[in-house]
Design a binder for this molecule. Structure first.
Ligand code: ADP
Ligand code: MG
Length: 527
């Protein structure tokens, strides 16, 4: 074997290493995610090379295995991926390869002269620093690597302090083996339990088998990467129960892929029920972001609007960099684009479920709406961008509809009489708003399909007087009103109205119906 050669890290890399190793980086556990994701990338590259014929079929399983030795404080991560040649080791581990690290160093160059200031250390958490993140926890790192079909393997070794050693090595299996010797104070990361917990959190759906001390750690497949027709209902149910920590089957499943404007693979589920109706705490967002099966943001609040928090699932977009940063303008724009595509897709899906013309399981949709309508109404109230699309999902009771069925605003419009012109009335004999939030939702929506939404309770409906029926005199009317207010116990005031057509009188409240119900709830609470 050749002699060991000592090489200096590229100047920028040194700077980066210094900051990584010395900063108070709060999420040190992410080093494993970075290493496992590199292993997964290496396996993807091998698969690609074999599929495209640029490499021979390598021997052995495509897998990642992790072994722990908590006594020695070592952690070994082995993959049978593409492997690295000597030049690759120099180029990939000796210089800054990852886009996150590059951006980080760029940021340092932009903000500070010498870079390694305390302020710089604080921003490190916003960047994924790839391979170098191992130096947050490792005293030194040894990398053994060999490409499939290559004669010689190599060993790369560094303590992250400015230089690394490189030598040829024998008995190196094809692929890459990384041995982390943990710092004394970070040995907790070498326990099998810690590794398993870490994998569950960040790498459950890596698309290759991952084992810890010989036992398979990831049982769940990356279902969203499969073709829609290849996933069974039972697999969906299992996956849904896993990610939503639910016990039932999903009510709706939306599995889709897109290439434009972004490459997206997504699996969305809508559960049977939700905890908020029991007065439990507000739910967290339910969709996690992956990039090529590596978890980027668990339960991300950037993927769907908050009112869609009842949607559970995963989104995988290879257009999203692993080290996506909240601070970067470019990344924020990308996330907004992604969010717009996803939320519109969810809306379209639900609109289709509820599309009575297509008669697609209308009963099922009504059951969905009865369970989740409050979220839709929240969207109508709060989501400036999507409120009119969300309004298409609304359903209401109506006197014109059969009891126990609900109508959409579109159905209502289809049945409107010409006298109504451009106004959708809500109250009795029109749309019945029965839950407290309804009225707020309607007031926020203000109009639908170009028609004004008006509470019939509040409306000053003008009905043309009937010339053939003689009106009573103003004097008689006034006397009648006074008498009514005195003689009828619950009436506090009586007045003349021009809105009645077939009835001589109507009883109205001085607050809105929703207000009365709220007061009723308060009263009931006191009793
Ligand atoms: P990134 O993954 O963003 O490219 P990293 O710092 O995580 O950046 O890794 C740097 C480079 O090192 C990778 O791009 C890859 O070429 C190489 N590399 C790291 N780990 C492995 C591995 N297990 N097998 C093969 N190549 C690897
Ligand atoms: Mg990486």
């Amino acid at each position: 074997l050749g002699a060991t050669e000592t090489k200096e890290f590229q100047a920028e890399t040194k700077k980066l290493l210094d900051i990584v190793a010395n900063s108070l980086y709060t999420d040190k556990e992410v080093f494993l995610r970075e290493i496992v994701s590199n292993a997964s990338d290496a396996l993807e590259k091998r698969r690609y090379a074999e599929v495209t014929g640029s490499a021979e079929e390598g021997a052995g399983e495509m897998a990642i295995s992790i072994t722990t030795d908590s006594e020695a404080g070592t952690l070994t991560i082995t993959d049978s991926g593409i492997g690295m040649s000597r030049d690759d080791l120099v180029a990939n581990l000796g210089t800054i390869a990852s886009s996150g690290s590059k951006r980080f160093v760029q940021q340092l160059a932009d903000t500070a002269g010498d870079g390694a200031s305390a302020a710089s250390a604080n921003v490190i958490g916003q960047f994924g620093v790839g391979f170098y993140s191992v130096f947050m926890v490792a005293d030194h790192v040894t990398v053994y690597s060999r490409q499939h079909g290559a004669e010689a393997g190599h060993c790369w070794r560094s303590s992250g302090d400015g230089a690394y050693e490189l030598s040829e090595a024998s008995n190196v299996a094809a692929g890459t083996k990384i041995v982390l010797t943990l710092k004394e104070e970070e040995k907790r990361f070498a326990s099998r339990w810690a590794v398993e917990a870490n994998l569950r959190k960040y790498s459950s759906f890596v698309g290759f088998p991952v084992s810890v001390d010989g036992e398979r750690a990831n049982t769940i497949e990356a279902l969203w990467t499969k073709a829609k027709s290849e996933v069974s209902d039972e697999e969906h149910a299992e996956f849904f129960r896993f990610i939503a920590q639910d016990f039932s089957d999903p009510r709706y499943t939306l599995h889709f892929a897109a290439d434009a404007p972004l490459a997206i693979k997504a699996l969305f589920y809508i559960p049977e029920s939700h905890p908020e109706k029991w007065g439990m705490a507000r739910m967290e967002p339910g969709v996690s972001l992956y990039s090529r099966r590596v978890l980027i943001q668990p339960r991300s609040d950037k993927l769907l609007p908050d009112w869609m928090r009842f949607v559970k699932g995963v989104v995988d977009s290879e257009d999203v960099p692993l080290n996506i940063s909240r601070e970067s303008m470019q990344d924020s724009a990308l996330m907004r684009k992604l969010s717009s595509v996803l939320s519109r897709r969810v809306l379209k899906f639900l609109q289709e479920r509820g599309d009575e013309r297509a008669k697609k399981d209308e009963e099922g949709y009504l059951a969905f709406f009865r369970e989740f309508g409050q979220f839709i109404k929240e969207g109508v109230c709060a989501d400036f961008e999507l409120k009119s699309e969300a309004a298409k999902l609304l359903r209401f009771e109506s006197t014109a509809a059969e009891p126990d069925t609900l109508v959409s605003l579109d159905e209502y419009i289809a049945r409107m009489v010409p006298e109504q012109e451009d106004t959708i009335y809500y109250l009795v004999e029109v749309l019945l708003l029965t839950s407290t939030i309804d009225e707020f939702a309607m007031a926020n929506l203000m109009s639908y399909a170009g028609k004004e939404l008006v509470s019939a309770e509040k409306a000053k409906l003008q009905v043309e007087p009937d010339a053939e029926t003689p009106a009573i005199s103003a004097e008689d009317a006034g006397a009648l009103c006074t008498w009514l207010a005195e003689a009828v116990p619950l009436v506090s005031e009586a007045s003349l109205s021009s809105r009645l057509v077939d009835s001589p009188a109507i009883v109205v409240g001085h607050e809105s119906a929703a207000m009365r119900r709220m007061m009723g709830m308060v009263e009931a609470g006191r009793a």
